[in-house]
Design a protein around this ligand. Structure first.
Ligand code: SF4
Length: 330
């Protein structure tokens, strides 16, 4: 089947779920075998200067507890992750200039000196100089999500952030030699099934190393707090279509799926995901990284979280990989 726009629209509506999910799983196995890559996320600052209308960390939200980890705390979390044989650390934060370019660079350099892990950054739009310096320090990957590829919707979701500049940011990351990732949120207010089809095609044209698609979960302390959450099946179909169109990209089963649907992460893997990401942020602050309600609510230790991920993967007849799990996209 050729997946043109009409075929994508039909699949998003659920016209051929059996074919869609079977084909997505088969495509994933052909490229990645039975392995699922694991990533540990250290969310080191919940401060953010941005005003994204869907996100609990937005600057105007005065009701959440903000925190910053010090360098020592970040290193402790990374050391633990390495001891648990996780080969990728994801350093994530709101857009927090308190962690300036040099400070983040030193953290990257120190991690690379201590451990043989890949480093993924998810720190927002910090500018070309920052992207370039952090790459020189050894960062391997960068996630800069678009949330939608519709320019006017984008600018209504993310006041103060320009669509064209963000898109150029993703291209710049690729030119710097990062494995570049982007993604969308399905079911945001104002999105239609047509928006989603166009987003899928636009993401595919970008030839990304990593692609994520997670469902919208309304956060009560945001302008979108009263909106309906996304339809989980549409989110899963979006992932499956993205997998078929981007066979070599790393695609995570998002934590937002688990929040809106019991066993959502498992369903994500069944829809073509080949990556599991989970928070290894210190338990004392983990719940405060509240992008959406229900995120990071588990009080498990990092060791128990990893053991749980292994158990889930094995229960599906798959293998928890100890590899760095780089992209297969050239
Ligand atoms: S989505 Fe990211 S940039 Fe926007 S408010 Fe939330 S943490 Fe900040």
């Amino acid at each position: 089947m050729t997946l043109d726009r009409d075929a994508i629209l039909s699949l998003l509506k659920g016209d051929n779920d059996t074919w869609l999910f079977e084909t997505a799983r088969k495509t994933t196995r052909e490229i990645f075998g039975d392995e699922i890559y694991l990533r540990g996320i250290v969310e080191f600052s919940s401060f953010c200067r941005c005003h994204c209308n869907y996100c609990g960390l937005r600057a105007p939200n005065k009701e959440i507890r903000r925190y910053r980890l010090c360098r020592h705390e970040i290193m402790e979390a990374v050391d633990e992750l390495a001891e648990l044989n996780l080969a990728t650390v994801v350093l994530q934060s709101g857009e927090d200039p308190h962690f300036d370019v040099a400070t983040v660079g030193k953290i990257i350099t120190e991690i690379k000196a201590r451990h043989q892990v890949a480093i993924t950054l998810s720190l927002g739009e910090r500018g070309r100089e920052a992207f370039s310096h952090w790459r020189d320090c050894g960062a391997d990957r960068y996630l800069l999500k678009m949330e939608t590829l519709d320019a006017s919707l984008y600018e209504s979701y993310r006041p103060g952030s320009g669509f064209a500049a963000r898109l150029k940011g993703v291209e710049h990351l690729k030119r710097l030699g990062y494995e570049a990732g982007s993604g969308i949120i399905t079911g945001l207010p104002g999105m239609t099934i047509e928006t989603l089809a166009d987003d899928i095609l636009a993401l595919t044209e970008m030839t990304l190393h990593m692609i994520s698609a997670g469902p919208f979960v309304p956060h009560p302390q945001t302008p979108f707090g009263e909106n309906e959450p996304a339809d989980v099946m549409v989110a899963l179909r979006t992932m499956a279509i993205l997998r078929i169109l981007n066979p070599k990209a790393n695609i995570p089963s998002t934590s937002a799926l688990e929040t809106v649907q019991k066993e959502g992460r498992k369903m994500g893997i069944e829809s073509g995901a080949n990556v599991l990401m989970f928070s290894v942020t210190p338990a004392s602050v983990r719940k405060s990284y509240s992008i959406y309600p229900g995120k990071n609510q588990e009080e498990k230790s990092a060791a128990d979280t990893v053991a749980g991920a292994h158990e889930l993967i094995r229960s599906m007849g798959l293998i928890p990989s100890k590899k760095v799990g780089g992209s297969k996209v050239q």
